[in-house]
Design a protein around this ligand. Sequence first.
Ligand code: NAD
Ligand code: UFG
Length: 340
Amino acid sequence: MNILVTGGAGFIGSHTLIELYSAGHTAVVVDNLSNSSQESLRRVAKIIGIAEIPFYNVDIRDREGLEKVFACHHFDACIHFAGLKAVGESVAKPWEYYDNNISGTLTLLDVMRRNGCKSIIFSSSATVYGDPAEIPISEQCPKGQCSNPYGWTKSMLEQVMTDMQHADTEWNVVLLRYFNPIGAHQSGTIGEDPNGIPNNLMPYITQVAVGKRPELGVFGNDYDTPDGTGVRDYIHVVDLARGHVAALQKVGQGSGLSVYNLGTGHGYSVLDVVKAFERINGVRIPYSIKPRRAGDIATCYSNPEKANRELGWKALYGIDEMCRDSWRWQSQNPDGYATK
Ligand code: NAD
Ligand code: UFG
């Protein structure tokens, strides 16, 4: 299949491109590079062994720009990663998040349907479950109250695509709710490259390990968890990327509307991750306990059985591989894609 990959220069998109090509698909990337660099696409092309990945520097809110891309290519489906994703920033800049994520996706969906492309795989998030009603979280778990505008954009966009699919059953919509993607491609040449101070745990740990930050702040050790620190379902980004290829097969069979959790089903605390990182990489991570971070929940991990059963997909990598590959990327590229 030929796939439109929005946000393909970003962390998850770049890893997904490799898995798409290795499964025999081709892709065209649309990205406005607001949180990424074209260098990631050059490195992806090198890993795949092709001259370049077709790329358009287009914002998904730009209808004319998107129409031009559709005029040049036929797409069998879209994998839609493009979006802003920093939780704290979304609280400070709600309009920017609703505009980018919601207006952008509405424009994309309209251009897609006008061009006869009605299959989409959407990057959603475990954040739509809010403070989850059950652990482990299955897709049956009701959606909850999101604690920030970013989360609401995911929740609302799920609803938009669900309603569109109900109204027009030619649409195939797969909503993928990611848990916590970390790790990097085994080559060590692509990975997560956050701007400024990392918001998320693993990039913060790797920046401490590489000497860019003095210590990790652990946000709270008084949660109702085995060691008091927050528990999450970390998933290797390569496993996550393969989940998209599996979802694409489903779309090709005319899936209608489907929702899947993409996680491993295992929960690790902040201190579990720190210890695993230190053990596997032989690097010390100094840390200190800080107050809880606003909006955080104690425990969040998936029941991934539905994706295992219906997509024939299962996460293969464990926490050791995630820590090893995150460190390989960071240690080989201390300044991310700016590393020469
Ligand atoms: P990322 O920021 O690395 O990638 C997103 C890409 O989208 C970037 O390359 C950015 O430049 C591009 N983009 C943003 N707005 C755009 C616009 N208006 N037009 C065109 N391109 C635009 O993030 P990621 O971690 O790869 O996440 C990909 C998707 O998965 C996002 O939608 C994110 O919300 C979702 N998600 C991520 C996580 C996570 O922890 N990384 C968890 C759950 C869901
Ligand atoms: N944490 C720290 N110190 C840090 C960063 C994080 O102790 O410097 C802790 C958090 O308190 C939490 C855990 O590490 O207990 C994981 O935090 P992350 O910020 O890495 O991830 P979250 O679970 O908060 O959120 C992530 C994405 C969201 C997404 C969610 C579920 O940032 O966008 O996973 O998919 F919605």
